[in-house]
Design a binder for this molecule. Structure first.
Ligand SMILES: [Zn+2]
Length: 170
């Protein structure tokens, strides 16, 4: 399954209250990028993602996968939370920059880390070392703030893999 797990859709569309027309457009964009789905991760707000998911599922028979989530500041880092269909919450570090020990406490209790981010430079070597030490899932996400950028980075990963990781650590 191909998923872009970090998309700021409200910022990308400037639409405060999404409707079926906007969602139709989004579905077409997502499919044109070869994606099966996206996570909608507004800043400190899960309601936007839930609203998008509701419209996709109700009006468009779940044509794409939408994972509602949010991006939250946490110490020196930004953590993205994904509300998975299984009920688990998967947490990953967004655009970690360069990660060197001692690692801040903000990085405890996460299951993934971005090794590529469409909007920020990430030091791949230090991030891979950190992920290996902790058994974290490496992610490549667009961090899209425009519709054009959706899917610029994507992951080949199953929801069950995310769920198992989230479940195992909660
Ligand atoms: Zn972001």
């Amino acid at each position: 399954m191909k998923l872009d797990l970090h998309v700021h859709l409200q910022e990308a569309t400037n639409v405060a209250i999404p409707d079926a027309r906007l969602v139709r457009k989004l579905i077409d964009v997502v499919k044109s990028r070869g994606l099966d789905g996206i996570a909608v991760t507004e800043h400190s707000d899960t309601s936007y993602g839930y609203r998008i998911k509701e419209i996709v599922d109700r009006e468009f028979h779940g044509e794409i996968i939408v994972i509602p989530g949010q991006e939250k500041p946490c110490g020196p880092h930004h953590i993205v939370e994904l509300h998975l269909p299984c009920g688990c919450i998967f947490r990953f570090v967004a655009h970690p920059g360069r990660l060197l020990p001692p690692y801040p406490e903000a990085l405890d209790g996460i299951q993934g880390v971005e090794v590529q981010n469409g909007s920020w430079v990430v030091d791949e070597e230090s991030v891979r070392r950190f992920a290996e030490e902790r058994g974290l899932i490496l992610l490549c996400n667009s961090d899209a703030h425009t519709l054009t950028d959706i899917g610029r980075h994507q992951n080949v990963i199953d929801l069950s893999t995310l769920c198992t990781a989230a479940h195992g650590s909660s």
